[in-house]
Write a protein that binds this ligand. Structure first.
Ligand code: NDP
Length: 476
């Protein structure tokens, strides 16, 4: 056998990963359910490196050096289980199956356990960066055993994106940890995209700027602390003109955002873990709301402050205000995502280091951004911050941004431009900084109608007030 690694599932992601491995000097075994795809890949790109195409599963497995390492890049869900079941019986103790698809971490935990019992390593691996990243260097988030990473890690690190010479790939933690972190990555991605979209909408509707002008604003922002892939491509999309109509591209696209489900998983999991990821949730809901054409059609006649725009000094400073609101809200989205990673890590015993995660998100992935260095620094300190918001650097940035942030949210409300991402982020910030929350009243209500009891600020124990009788307080 000559191949160091095999890839089965040669659609766009699998093909590009295979080519990436070959370009880095590895011999790559190739397999796909439909052999025509394998043949097509060989014809088009076979000259790029050393490939060993295989028609059957047996041939594929026989071409792999031991411990065998084979990456599955097929449709997530049942197809992944089918492919695992096809290959597992052909493998031997110590071999490694890698699932690079977008699996739910619960599936990964189940698969890892069952394969471990059969003597095989199973590595659920998050891969971000889309097709382009798969070919030229993605961000890679592998879970699975420490032992599996010893043989697999160097291979994955060689094809990953590099920032300052450091690979954007690290062992995240056992079993489902890699897919969990990839899921939260996508949740943060949803929030980031929503916040950028709200920024565009506000600039357009509050100032009357044209998409091309707003593209320039984003281009300028990309030269500063907001520098990131998503800001960069936003400028490209906003600056693009539709060839057929000559109109701004953004005006000819239907305004209904779709989703493949990883953002929804993030929020569902956060609810189960009891983590308030309100900014990420608003982003998921905003996509969902945009898709409800019927609700939106039926609501066209509802009154609002129609057509009002900002003028004077407020208009002058508004773009700068939005930059501040965007930066602050983005910090909140990451703080919420990291909180979820920490909660998941605790629940499942993964021991994930958020700083190491931020480090491998600096390159290759969709949320790659300059400011991730700051997150890594925050978690490299001896005393880890309880939340990213209170780390010195971020606390200072939030303090400096908060006036502008409030003006932007106030403007959105006044002009009737929905900005759920900005509002939710600001509410989260204000909730954390409030000395007292009205949750005390909610506890009172719960005790009133359901005798759910409450705790007091001045004494230990649980209490219940006899609301329907003498309002005497009893120890519960
Ligand atoms: P698809 O998700 O479109 O999957 C197509 C591949 O799955 C084909 O190779 C197909 O084989 C194979 N397949 C489907 N069902 C079966 C089955 N029952 N048995 C065997 N093989 C099967 O391909 P992508 O390349 O877009 O994505 C691959 C994975 O990577 C997915 O899990 C996706 O979520 C994930 N991913 C995708 C990203 C992207 O940007 N596209 C980014 C990151 C992750 P055949 O040719 O025979 O039909």
């Amino acid at each position: 056998p000559t191949a160091q690694i095999g890839v089965t599932g040669l659609a766009v992601m699998g093909s590009n990963l295979a080519r990436n491995f070959a370009r880095h000097g590895h011999t790559v075994a190739l397999h796909n359910r439909t052999f025509a795809k394998t043949k097509a890949l060989m014809e088009e790109h076979g000259h790029e490196g050393n490939f060993v195409p295989a028609e059957s599963a047996e041939e594929f497995v026989a071409s792999l050096q031991r411990p065998r390492r084979l990456i599955i890049m097929v449709k997530a869900g049942a197809p992944t289980d089918a492919v695992i079941e096809e290959f597992a019986p052909l493998l031997e103790e110590g071999d490694v199956i890698i699932d690079g698809g977008n699996a739910h971490f619960d599936d990964t935990r189940r698969r890892e356990k069952s394969l471990r019992e059969r003597g095989l390593h199973f590595v659920g691996t998050g891969i971000s960066g889309g097709e382009e990243g798969a070919l030229n260097g993605p961000s890679i988030m592998p879970g699975g055993s420490v032992e599996s990473y010893k043989s697999l890690g160097p291979l994955l690190e060689s094809i990953s994106a590099k920032v300052d010479g450091t690979p954007c790939c690290t062992h995240i933690g056992p079993d489902g940890a890699g897919h969990f972190v990839k899921m939260v990555h996508n949740g943060i991605e949803y929030a980031d995209m929503q916040l950028i979209a709200e920024s565009y909408d506000l600039l357009r509707r509050a100032l009357g700027m044209a998409p091309g002008e707003i593209a320039e604003v984003f281009r300028t922002w990309n030269g500063g602390r907001l520098e990131s892939y998503l800001i960069e491509i936003t400028a490209e999309v906003l600056g693009h003109t539709d060839a057929a109509t000559g109109k701004p591209f953004v005006d000819v696209v239907q305004d209904q955002a779709e989703q493949k489900g990883t953002g929804r998983w993030t929020v569902q999991t956060a609810l189960d873990l009891g983590v308030p990821v309100s900014g990420i949730a608003e982003a998921v809901f905003a996509r969902s709301l945009s898709g409800h054409a019927d609700l939106r059609d039926a609501s066209q006649g509802l009154p609002g402050p129609s057509g009002k725009k900002l003028t004077g000094a407020a208009a002058e400073r508004f773009a700068d205000d939005v930059e501040q609101a965007l930066y602050a809200s983005k910090i909140v989205a990451y703080a919420q995502g990291i909180h979820q990673i920490e909660a998941g890590s605790q629940e499942y015993g993964w021991d994930i280091d958020p700083g190491a995660v931020a480090k491998i998100w600096r390159g290759g992935c969709i949320i790659r951004a300059r400011f991730l260095n700051r997150i890594t620094e925050a978690y490299a300190k001896d005393r880890k911050p309880v939340t990213l918001l209170t780390d010195d650097h971020f606390a200072e940035a939030l303090g400096a941004a908060q006036d502008a942030w409030r003006r932007v949210v106030a403007t959105s409300v006044e002009l009737g431009v929905p900005a759920p991402g900005f509002s939710a982020a600001l509410a989260y910030y204000d909730a954390l900084r409030s000395e007292r929350l009205p949750a005390a009243l909610v506890q009172g209500q719960r005790d009133f109608f359901g005798a759910h009891t409450y705790r007091r600020v001045d004494r230990e124990g649980s209490f219940h007030t006899m609301w329907g009788a003498d309002r005497d307080e009893r120890t519960a």
